[in-house]
Design a protein around this ligand. Structure first.
Ligand SMILES: [Zn+2]
Length: 322
C-alpha cells in the first residue's frame, strides 16, 4: 500500500512538470509569433528572400561553399542577377579587379584562351577581348594628365591642349608640365654625354589624319594600324607624348643605343614611361616603339617602372573603379 501511494505521488509530480513545460512552450510560441508579426517587413521578409537566392544558386550548380564566397564578394543585387554557372566564376569573383559587369566576357574569354585568372580579368577590363577600334568611347576629360588614349578611347576631334609649351628651343611642343620635365630629362641625358633629338611632340587631329592616311597608302590598313594611330587615337594629340632619337630616325635599333639604355633607367624620374614596350602589343595595340615616351608624372611613372606594367594595366589597377 505504501509503495502504491508513493507511486501515485510521483505521477502527480510528473504531470505537474509536464503542465509547466507545456505552458512555457505555448508562451514561447506566442511571444515569437508576435515578434515575427512585428518584424515582418524587415527581418522575416529578407530571410525568405535569402533562402530563395540560395535555392536558385544551388539549382544553378553552386555549392554551399561557393555561395558563401559569392556572398563575400558580390552585392545583394549582383547575386540576385547571377543567372549562370561556370567553373571559373568563383575564382573570378575572388579576384581583386573583378568587375561584375564583365562576368560573361571573362567566361567567354577564358574559353578561347589559356590565360590564368589574373590575366583574363586584366585583359577583359582593358577591353582587349574586343577587336581594336570596336566600341570606341570618346574621352570625356581629354585634358587630364592621366588620360588613357588608345584604340578603344578616342580624343574629341576638336581637342587641342590649352597649355602647349615649346620644349627648350626645339620647335616641338608639349603640355606645359610635360615640356618642362622633358626639357630637364634632355639636359640630364646631355650631361651624361648623350645626344638627344626631339622628333615629334604634339600633333593635331588634322595632322594625324594625314599621317595615318599616308601609312595606309604605303603599307595597307592592317600594317598601318600596327604602327600608326587613327586620328583621335594618337597620344601625340594629348600633348603628353614625345618621340626621341639619337639620329633623327625612329627605328627599332634605337633600343640598342646608349640613349635608350639611359632612358630605361631614368625616364620615370622625370615622369615619363615607355608607352609601347616590347612584346606588349596585345595590350597596348601598338608595335614596339622604343622611341615613344609618355608623360604621366613622377609618381605614376615610378609605379609603372617598379611593377614593369603597361599604362593600360596601370589604369586598370589604379584608376578604374568598378
Ligand atoms: Zn610617338
Amino acid at each position: 500500500m505504501k509503495k502504491k501511494f508513493k507511486f501515485k505521488k510521483s505521477v502527480k509530480v510528473f504531470f505537474f512538470v509536464l503542465l509547466v513545460v507545456g505552458i512555457c512552450f505555448v508562451a514561447y510560441n506566442v511571444i515569437m509569433n508576435n515578434d515575427k508579426d512585428n518584424n515582418y517587413n524587415e527581418g522575416f521578409g529578407n530571410n525568405q528572400n535569402t533562402d530563395k537566392i540560395d535555392e536558385t544558386l544551388l539549382t544553378l550548380g553552386y555549392s554551399e561553399e561557393d555561395i558563401s564566397v559569392l556572398k563575400a564578394n558580390l552585392s545583394d543585387s549582383e547575386i540576385s542577377s547571377l543567372d549562370m554557372y561556370d567553373d571559373n566564376v568563383i575564382s573570378f569573383v575572388s579576384n581583386k579587379y573583378f568587375n561584375f559587369n564583365n562576368l560573361e566576357r571573362y567566361i567567354t574569354y577564358s574559353k578561347n584562351n589559356n590565360y590564368d585568372v589574373d590575366e583574363i580579368i586584366t585583359h577583359v577590363n582593358i577591353n582587349i577581348d574586343k577587336p581594336f577600334y570596336s566600341e570606341i568611347k570618346t574621352i570625356e576629360d581629354p585634358s587630364n594628365l592621366l588620360v588613357l588614349c588608345n584604340k578603344y578611347n578616342a580624343l574629341p576631334s576638336d581637342y587641342e591642349p590649352e597649355d602647349l609649351t615649346e620644349v627648350g628651343s626645339s620647335g616641338i611642343y608639349m603640355r606645359k608640365e610635360a615640356a618642362e620635365n622633358m626639357y630637364q630629362m634632355v639636359l640630364a641625358a646631355e650631361s651624361a654625354e648623350l645626344n638627344v633629338n626631339l622628333v615629334s611632340g604634339y600633333r593635331s587631329y588634322d595632322y594625324q589624319v594625314d599621317l595615318y592616311q599616308r601609312h595606309v597608302r604605303e603599307r595597307g590598313q592592317e600594317e598601318a594600324d600596327r604602327v600608326s594611330a587613327r586620328a583621335g587615337h594618337s597620344e601625340h594629340q594629348t600633348g603628353l607624348a614625345m618621340d626621341l632619337s639619337n639620329d633623327w630616325s625612329l627605328e627599332k635599333y634605337f633600343e640598342d643605343t646608349e640613349l635608350f639604355e639611359w632612358l630605361s633607367e631614368n625616364d620615370y624620374k622625370y615622369g615619363f614611361i615607355l608607352r609601347y614596350p616590347k612584346d606588349k602589343e596585345y595590350l597596348t595595340g601598338y608595335d614596339y616603339e622604343p622611341w615613344h615616351y609618355r608623360y604621366v608624372g613622377v609618381e605614376v611613372a615610378t609605379v609603372i617602372h617598379e611593377e614593369d606594367i603597361t599604362y593600360e594595366e596601370y589604369v586598370m589597377k589604379y584608376l578604374t573603379t568598378n
